[in-house]
Every structure is written in C-alpha cells, then in structure tokens.
Write a protein that binds this ligand. Structure first.
Ligand code: TPP
Length: 596
C-alpha cells in the first residue's frame, strides 16, 4: 500500500517531471510532504502562488515540457489565476495540483445546501478554473488517481496545449491505496484531421507559384509543435520573406537571410510594409490576434490571399481574419507535407521581392542615431539593442509587459536557438521576474536575463528573495522610467495629457531600486547614461549569482514606431492601417513604400 500523495509524486517523476513550484499549506500538507521526500523531484519555493504559476510557465517555455505547481486550498489556488490564464491564452502545458479541505467539509459534498463555504479556508476552485483550463477535476475516488493524473497530463501536453487542474481533498491525499488496483487511463486515439494535407499542400504550392510577393509568418505554434528545425528548412526552401510575430519573436533570428521584420501594432515599419505589400500570406500557427492584425483587421494584408494553418479549428473561423485557405492541422505535419510537395527549385524566384522587404528594415531602423546621443539617461531601444547584442545564444531572455516586451520586440537581437519570450495573451505585469526564475531552473540554472518595468517588477518584487535564496544566475534589468509609460502614452494621446495613476505625481510611488536590490542581497548596478552602458552591462553579466541593474530611462520616452489612431479635427479617432505607423511618414516617403 502507498499513500496517495506519495503515489502522485512518484507518478510525476514517471512522467519526467523534475521540478515542482510549490507553496506549502495545511490544505496541501500530504502533498507537500510527498513532494518534499520524493527522490527525483526538486521543489522550488516561491513567495506567492502567482509567481509559482508564472514560474511553471517560464520553466515550460524553456524546456518545452510540462510546468507543475502545487498549491494549497482557498487563496493558494486563487492566487495562481493570472498565471493559469496566461498559459490558457498562450497555449502552454501546465499542471496544477491543489490541496482541498476534507471531502466531507466541501461544498461539493452537499451541493443542495447552497453554501458558500463549509470547510475551513475552502473555495470551490474547480468551478473557478474550469473556463481557463483544458481539464479540471476534484479527485474524489483514490483509486482514480492514476487515471485522473495521466489524463490531465495527456490533455495538457497534446493538441493545443494548456493548463489542467486537479484538486485533492485532504482525506484523499492521505488515503492508502493498492497500486496494483488503480484504474488506468488509455488516451483515446486522436480524431484524425479531416484535412487532406496532400491536397492542402498542393494548393499552397499553386498559390505560391501564382504569387509575386508572398510572405511567411512565423507563429508561436511552431515552437509548441516542436517544429523549429522543420520551419528553418521550409524557410530555406521557400526563400521568401519571413516575418516574426509578437509571440513567435525568437523563431526568426536577426541574421536569417529571410528575416524581413516584425509585424503588428508594435511591429517594425519594415515588417509591416512587407506584410501590407504582400499578395500572399502563409501564416503558420499564429492565431493572428488583435495586436498583430490591429483593430482595422479588414485592412490586415488587404491585398493578400491568406493561407492560415492552425491546430484549433475555432481560430480559422473567427470574426477577424478570414483565410482563403484555412488549414486545420498540426503545423509540423503541414510543413512536412508542404516540403514534400514543393519542387526542388522552390515555388518561384522571389529574390527581388525579398531584397525589397529587407531594404525597408535598413531604411527605417528602430534604433535612431539620436537615441545614442542622450546626455543623461538611456533610451530603452538603444539599451535593449546593445544588451541583446551582447548575449550568448544560450542565455534566455524573459520580459514583462510594457517597454520590456515592446522595445524588445522591436529592437531586440535574437540569436539562432535563443529563447526570448514574454506572455502575449494575458500580458500581465509581474510576469517577468517569476517567469525568469522558472526559466532559470528549466535551463539547468543557466544565465537568464530578465527585463522588467519598474511598475511590473513591483507586482512580484518578493521573488527577489527566491532569486537570492537559490543564488540564481539571474540578471534583472529594471527599465526604470519612473512610472507606467505605456499608460502615460495613452493618457497623452487620448486625455490631453491628464495623468492618472501612472507615476508618482499621479499616485504611484516607487522605491529606490538600488536599495531594494541591496536589501534582498543582490549585486546592484546603475546605468544612467550611455557613456559606459556596455561596460556596465558586461559587469552585470559577469556577476555569478543574481544581480539587479537599475536602468534609468527618460520618464517620457515613446514607443516608436507604433500603430496609432489619428485624431480628426472633429475629435473623432480613426484607426490607421498597419503600414501607416506613427510618427507618420511624410506622404511622399510613405507612398514610396507602397507597391502598385
Ligand atoms: C496585472 C496588470 N495590471 C494592469 C495592467 C495594465 N498595464 C499595462 S502596461 C502598464 C504599465 C506597466 O508599467 P511598467 O512595468 O513600469 O512598464 P512601462 O509601461 O513603464 O514600460 C499597466 C498598468 C497590466 N498589463 N497588468
């Protein structure tokens, strides 16, 4: 006989799980004990369940494996929600195991009573997480433990991945079970796609041959499918411009001969000019979200026929982008079929078009010369280009919301094979530090660079203690613009510059980050001018353990270029198409970038 909690820990190891992000609690006491004594499992203690959830995500993003978090009843579960939602939206596999009060004191044991709570610190977590997980179940029958655990892990990691949740009452956690009598889970055979990939691939080749200006869009799903290498092969075979997406940023290294910019509302001019002049878009495993297609989605690649490949049929019939050729398939299978269908010489000679696209990025660089000449403080684009240019491919970069991800997406240098990521769909402040901690454990404690806004880091500041405790080689660069610049810009654009809840003058106070770093026992550095920026970055990177660098940015820097609405004289706002980014180009110059 074995205690159920010990079986759970053992089974996790059998599934290849090595790390568990965990915060202890009375409601999870048997689980905590089991994880703690299980050989082959290392538990990582965060200081907030949101951080544990985001840590599990960062871990999953660098390992391409399941992230696991164990939390307690009540707030232990509810604290994770923002992390869970991020994984739901960005399709990342994560398993949550929560402790629950004894079954006889759960509301679930007496649903007819209409109670809010029966047990101490009880909350019905399953009903709360159901809409944002692929599978969520309270384990009531101890003999179902293997079935439920195996099923949850299977569901989390197959198809379009996502988070799953198992809630285990205390009495079930403690139950003794006979391992030989456990119900087993046999995954159902996947429903075969009705899509005939040979036909779809042939159609794609036909459309490529008919095109003059095709582009390839690299979506985050390529990584989810484990198809990065195949994608590289496909790009080499097609020899057409490749555009990077917000969530798939690091799939296209800067030195790729096919790289033609980054697209979307905070993309680059080069990327968006290429997209908007295309006559064929082959979109691979990108969900074409609003940040990519803009609110003016009717004008998204308006002259292009669109082939959209997605594993989730719902993404192919949504109200925004309407593909001429929707392909519901695992992108890896589709790419293999396309490569097989493609003639040796590719689908045509697109070298002139490719050169045109690549020239746009040279003509309209993100990092302007004037940024490099600031007398005091540093410009975030200049800083990020310099920092990322100095990194080794094996250093992962994790960013939070705001300038950290926007400026990184626009100006960052991605090296081949490097992991650079943030959460796109949830875009929560507070993501950077805990996800970077998770990435550090996932990469075997390799160096991780964390880019955090001064606003964002405040939301999970307690995790500096986690970084310090585990002596992680984490290099935290706080992009300190004395407030929420993302919000300030919106208030400047839409509310005549009335600042509300975005900086110290409007209610948001900040600490001295050097002192904060010191208080947590981190090496600290400050970068407040360009003169020795590279030297100081190098110093931070050379630190063995965790370091915090306070990077002083102007308090009024702007995201540039950026898609903005135009305010008409009557006060109405008009959405601009993606190619017409702010600051608006001189009209003649603008027109010179529009073909036809
Ligand atoms: C949890 C959460 N609350 C609020 C927001 C709305 N929001 C988006 S960006 C931002 C400001 C972020 O400030 P900071 O991290 O300093 O980055 P900056 O915009 O200054 O670059 C806010 C408040 C959010 N994304 N997430």
């Amino acid at each position: 006989m074995i205690k159920l909690s010990d079986y759970v820990a053992k089974r996790l190891v059998e599934h290849g799980v090595k790390h568990v992000f965990m915060i202890s609690g009375g409601g999870a006491m048997h689980l905590n004990d089991a994880v703690g004594k299980c050989k082959g499992l290392e538990y990582i203690c965060n200081h907030h369940e949101q951080a544990a959830a985001m840590g599990a995500e960062g871990y999953s993003r660098v390992t391409d494996k399941l992230g696991v978090a164990v939390v307690t009843t009540g707030p232990g579960g509810t604290n994770t929600l923002t992390g869970v939602i991020g994984q739901w939206l960005d399709s990342l596999p994560a398993l949550y195991i929560s402790g629950q009060v004894k079954f006889t004191t759960t509301v679930a044991s007496c649903p007819e009573a209409g109670l809010r709570q029966l047990g101490d610190q009880e909350i019905n977590i399953i009903d709360i997480v159901k809409p944002v997980t692929k599978f969520a179940q309270m384990l009531k029958d101890p003999y179902q433990v293997k079935y439920v655990l195996d099923k949850a892990i299977h569901i989390a990691t197959t198809g379009r991945p996502g988070p799953v949740w198992i809630d285990i009452p205390l009495d079930v956690q403690a139950a003794l079970i006979d391992e030989t009598k456990l119900a087993a889970y046999e995954p159902e055979a996947p429903i075969p796609f009705r899509t005939d990939l040979k036909i779809q691939a042939a159609k794609t080749v036909e459309m490529l041959r008919a095109a003059k200006r095709p582009v390839l869009i690299a979506g985050h799903g390529i990584r989810i499918a484990g198809a990065q290498e195949l994608f590289g092969k496909l790009a080499d075979a097609l020899k057409i411009p490749v555009l990077a997406t917000f969530a798939g940023f690091d799939l296209v290294p800067n030195d790729s001969p096919w790289f033609a910019g980054r697209i979307g509302t905070v993309g680059t001019r080069g990327g968006n000019f290429s997209l908007q002049n295309a006559d064929l878009v082959l979109s691979l495993a990108s969900r074409n979200n609003i940040r990519q297609v803009s609110y003016d989605w009717a004008n998204y690649a308006r002259n292009a026929k669109k082939i959209v490949v997605d594993i989730d049929p719902a993404e192919l019939v949504k109200p925004t982008v309407k593909p001429e050729l929707p392909v519901c398939a695992d992108v890896k299978d589709f790419m293999a079929a396309l490569l097989a269908a493609l003639p040796k010489a590719g689908a045509g000679d697109f070298s002139g078009w490719l050169a045109w696209c690549r020239e746009r990025s040279v003509k309209y660089p993100v990092v302007l010369e004037e940024y490099k000449k600031l007398k005091t403080k540093v410009n975030p684009y200049h800083f990020i280009e310099t920092l990322t240019g100095m990194l080794k491919p094996e250093t992962s970069v994790v960013a939070g919301n705001g300038s950290a991800c926007v400026c990184l997406f626009q100006a960052g240098i991605a090296h081949k094979g490097q992991r650079i990521f943030w959460n796109s769909g949830c875009a929560s402040m507070g993501y950077d530090l805990p996800a970077a901690i998770g990435a550090c454990f996932g990469s075997g404690r390799k160096e991780v660079v964390c880019l955090a806004g001064d606003g964002s880091i405040m939301m999970n500041l307690q995790e500096l203690a986690t970084a310090a405790h585990y002596k992680l080689p984490l290099k935290i660069f706080v992009l300190n613009n004395e407030g929420y610049i993302s919000i300030k810009q919106t208030q400047d654009n839409f509310f005549e510059g009335r600042h509300v809840a975005c900086d110290s003058r409007s209610g948001v106070g900040f600490p001295d980050f050097m002192k904060v770093g010191e208080a947590f026992g981190l090496h600290t550095e400050i970068i407040d001018n360009v003169s020795d920026m590279s030297g100081k970055i190098a110093r931070v990177l050379a630190v063995k353990g965790p370091a915090l660098c306070d990077v002083r940015l102007p308090a009024d820097h702007k995201f540039m270029p950026k898609l903005s609405s135009e305010k008409k004289p009557d006060g109405s706002m008009v959405s601009k198409p993606l190619e017409d980014m702010w600051p608006f180009l001189d009209r003649e110059d603008f027109k010179s970038n529009i073909i036809g």
